[in-house]
Design a protein around this ligand. Structure first.
Ligand code: ZN
Length: 478
């Protein structure tokens, strides 16, 4: 049993999802106009604000935000649908920057929770198919960008990975994925240095961003200096910030490699030297690395067995999860949790909590941050958990506005889509969220969704609730 396991799950299509389970609905093309009248707007444009701009009208025609102005100042075409925005806050739709989305039903849950774009971190031909069906309007869903199969060592940690043992194999895996049309390249923990560096080089040649997990065999600084563009989970940060005399630091390389995941987490937390935070943060700034902390998954996967059984019984979001997901979430079935003691889980939790000061240091140094949930890892819910993850950024010390950036402007920048979504701005496409309360007052207000606009289409509260109910029903949970 391999204990060097990192909590980044793939859910193989064949294992967990039922691609045939879909609530397919036509996404009608339209030039119709929609006016959100008299709302406060949180544009997420420019510098931090204390409060949204009040009393604004926003005119949306077709998929696009056509104009924004003071109440009553816009020329509105006849037959425009009018939504009363008084007392409400309009903000950009949210992006989940780390999902494993293969189930069409998850498209519905994402939209229902205001998630209008997703970045998929373990793709396969089905992901390309879903991406395309959403793009053409055959399915309603968040815009989607997807990695190909994870490029890992041989043997790989997860089935379905591209397992490569040599630099040549790594290069050809990257080339194949670029040709297949995947949007970026994901590398993984068990890659040996040579194939890892070859994969980075091949991705750069193909013009694709490359990132994922820093391999266990490669120091963080070396990975970043060689051009790794993004890092998920930040699990290699603590080992890179050890006190000179820490047990992990003074251990031989060979012994270090033999450590199980839990022991590595425990030792790296024990030997963490906060004085080294600025140095690592500066490294990320210098190399323009994107950091995706995924607070929630690290926390949830290390929750006690008792806590997990409570969630199974009582968590309100459980009704939108199918039987196969429930099986996957059962700790008894999770290969990453076999032979892990409660004490080891606690050590993992302590290590995960240290990601809060790391993220604060990254933020203050000006490093790039993006929100990602890693759904559907255990008890990380499609759509809903984006709101939970936003709260974690605030707990880490970011202001609500700064936290919101990680799920709006930032992912748009990462994806090269700043001219398409991520802000409330004339000329951009209309992926928006109309809230009943101001998220700058309390980040939890992002959950108070009055309506969602996806590519110009208005989904009111009743429609969103119906979507969630339909998912529950499809899973046999009325
Ligand atoms: Zn993941």
């Amino acid at each position: 049993m391999n204990t060097r396991l990192l909590p980044c799950a793939l859910l193989l299509t064949s294992v967990v999802v039922s691609p045939q389970l879909s609530l397919a609905q036509e996404f009608p093309a339209t030039d119709d106009c929609l006016l959100i009248a008299g709302a406060s707007i949180l544009t997420m444009e420019g510098a931090e604000v204390e409060a949204p701009t009040t009393a604004q009208d926003v005119l949306i025609c077709g998929q696009q935000i056509r104009a924004i102005g003071d109440v009553g100042s816009l020329e509105v075409p006849p037959e425009t649908t009018r939504i009363d925005g008084a007392g409400k806050v309009l903000m950009p739709g949210l992006t989940d920057g780390h999902v494993h989305l293969n189930a069409p039903l998850d498209l519905e849950l994402n939209l229902a929770w205001g998630v209008t774009s997703v970045r998929n971190l373990f793709g396969n031909p089905l992901s390309l198919n879903l991406r395309e069906r959403v793009r053409t309007g055959e399915l309603w869903g968040p815009r989607m960008w997807t990695a190909g199969p994870i490029i890992d060592g041989d043997p790989a940690l997860w089935p379905g990975s591209a397992a490569v043992a040599t630099a040549d194999a790594a290069r050809s895996a990257v080339k194949d994925q670029a040709e297949a049309g995947y949007d970026f390249i994901k590398v993984y923990s068990l890659l040996r240095p040579e194939p890892f560096f070859a994969a980075l080089e091949a991705a750069q040649e193909a013009g694709l961003k490359v990132g994922g997990h820093v391999p266990l065999s490669v120091p963080l600084a070396d990975a970043v200096e060689a051009g790794m563009d993004f890092i998920e989970h930040l699990q290699e940060f603590l080992p890179a910030m050890q006190a000179a005399d820490s047990e992990l630091q003074t251990m031989s390389k060979a012994d270090r490699r033999k450590l199980g995941f839990s022991d590595r987490a425990r030792l790296s937390a024990e030997g963490f030297d906060p004085k080294r935070l600025p140095e690592v943060a500066q490294l990320m700034v210098k190399h323009k690395v994107w950091n995706i902390p995924t607070f929630l998954v690290l926390e949830r996967i290390s929750a006690s067995a008792q806590q997990k059984s409570e969630w199974f019984e009582t968590h309100p979001q459980m009704r939108t999860q199918g039987q196969m997901t429930e099986n996957f979430w059962n700790p008894a079935n999770d290969f990453r949790l076999q032979n892990v003691t409660e004490e080891q889980l606690l050590a993992r939790q302590r290590s995960a909590r240290l990601h809060m000061p790391i993220v604060k240091a990254l933020h203050d140094a000006g490093a790039e941050l993006m929100l990602g949930t890693d759904t559907p890892n255990p008890f990380v819910f499609p759509g809903y958990s984006v709101h939970e993850e936003l709260r974690r950024f605030v707990e880490a010390g970011l202001s609500p506005w700064q936290a919101l950036r990680t799920a709006t402007v930032q992912p748009a920048r990462f994806l090269g889509q700043e001219a398409v979504f991520g802000q409330v701005k004339a000329g951009l496409e209309a992926d928006l969220l109309l809230l009943d309360a101001d998220p700058l007052q309390d980040i939890a207000n992002t959950e108070r969704i009055f309506g969602v606009i996806t590519r110009g289409r208005w989904l009111d509260r009743a429609t969103l609730t119906a979507k969630v109910n339909a998912v529950a029903k499809a899973y046999g949970k009325e």
